[in-house]
Design a binder for this molecule. Structure first.
Ligand code: UDP
Length: 251
């Protein structure tokens, strides 16, 4: 973390707060500094409570951004930090736009989602930003043999920006296990972003997102998520208990 950037602890998980995340990532790219980006929300924080391995992977990530409403409210109400939510999908989009504008020529790879979806998302972005260099895509459903082939492809191509959309915690664990293949790359877990960019799913209207209610829209779109979403009230209760028994700021 460079000067002016801060890290806070949300239930023992670090969250980095900085004015310009895409700018920081471009610096990493130019310096060839390998980076794992985690986009943290309350649900992931609760998964990390139960899965020590996931917790360690998030702690090892070079950048953890406040993606979810719960994390932002925790930082605001309990640590008095006026932090803006930065959804991971928007960070990914901003990074692609900057790569195109700056004509970096950086090689980009999309991995994840149902067969064909990442390829449609790549076509979408290639049309939006002709200067972008998307060098490959791969679906997130495949045999172990295909996965071995994917690893070889990544090692050969050496993309500098790799988006992995396998859902949480699969994508975080996959990145931790495989980032050595492209040690200078920026690896971002992008969840369902390929579904959105390909038009397979839609994002919540901006007014819901601005009011920290994007999760409600997801529940409406995917009602079977209700069980996973019980993590939200659990997070709220744990947050209060943790806050009054431990220190929040870690730097
Ligand atoms: N996915 C995948 N392989 C799998 C399981 C899931 O590629 O084995 C994809 C799925 O198609 C979807 C994304 O991972 O595009 C998960 O999106 P979701 O929004 O559910 O992510 P989460 O909320 O878990 O971060």
């Amino acid at each position: 973390m460079s000067k002016g950037n801060q890290a806070f602890s949300v239930l023992g998980i670090p969250v980095h707060v900085m004015a310009n995340y895409p700018g920081w990532l471009l610096e990493c790219l130019h310096a060839g500094r390998g980076t794992h980006v985690v986009t943290l929300n309350a649900e992931m924080t609760m998964q990390a409570e139960r899965n020590q391995f996931l917790a360690q992977v998030i702690k090892n990530a070079e950048l953890v951004i406040p993606d979810g409403a719960g994390v932002v409210l925790y930082l605001r109400w309990l640590l008095w930090q006026k932090v803006q939510r930065f959804p991971g999908i928007e960070l990914a989009e901003k990074l692609l736009q900057e790569l195109g504008q700056q004509k970096t020529g950086a090689k980009v790879f999309f991995y994840g989602a149902a067969p064909g979806v990442a390829a449609i998302a790549a076509d979408f972005w290639q049309q939006q930003i002709p200067d972008l260099s998307i060098v490959g895509t791969h679906s997130g459903y495949h045999s172990p043999e295909e996965e071995a082939q994917l690893r070889e492809t990544l090692a050969q191509l050496q993309p500098q920006v790799i988006f992995v959309g396998l859902g949480v915690p699969r994508q975080e664990l996959w990145i931790a296990e495989n980032r050595h293949l492209c040690p200078q790359a920026i690896w971002i877990g992008v969840g369902g972003s390929f579904d959105i960019w390909s038009g397979t799913k839609t994002r919540a209207p901006a007014w819901l997102g601005n009011n920290n209610l994007e999760w409600l829209y997801r529940l409406y779109q995917e009602p079977w998520r209700w069980r996973r979403m019980l993590a939200l009230p659990e997070f709220a209760v744990k947050a209060l208990v943790y806050r009054f028994t431990a220190r929040g700021a870690i730097s």
